[in-house]
Design a protein. Structure first.
Length: 95
């Protein structure tokens, strides 16, 4: 997906994982509680002085040029969950 805000509430993560992307301004991804996956979240350009990524999984968020990146295993790891925003912010949490 591209262009515009995305709010995705996922009931189950399939074997192909998840890949969501938008140019701007935001992406909110809500995943099932207890899900196991490898997270790769990226904001290419965050608002100046603000961290562009929030997660509820305790993974480290690193500065990456003008943006931020967050990668790591959740619940022991598993399928790939990729979420990216060109300019703006993103939130990844579980319900």
């Amino acid at each position: 997906m591209t262009g515009g805000s995305i709010f995705a509430c996922v009931e189950a993560i399939g074997s192909g994982g998840i890949d969501l992307w938008t140019n701007s301004p935001s992406l909110q991804l809500e995943l099932p509680a207890g899900a196991a996956f490898e997270l790769d979240a990226e904001v290419r350009e965050s608002a100046r002085g603000k961290v562009g990524i929030r997660t509820g999984f305790g993974l480290p968020i690193e500065a990456d040029g003008e943006g931020h990146r967050c990668r790591g295993a959740v619940g022991g790891g598993g399928v790939q969950v990729r979420a990216a925003v060109g300019v703006g912010w993103l939130s990844v949490s579980s319900k």
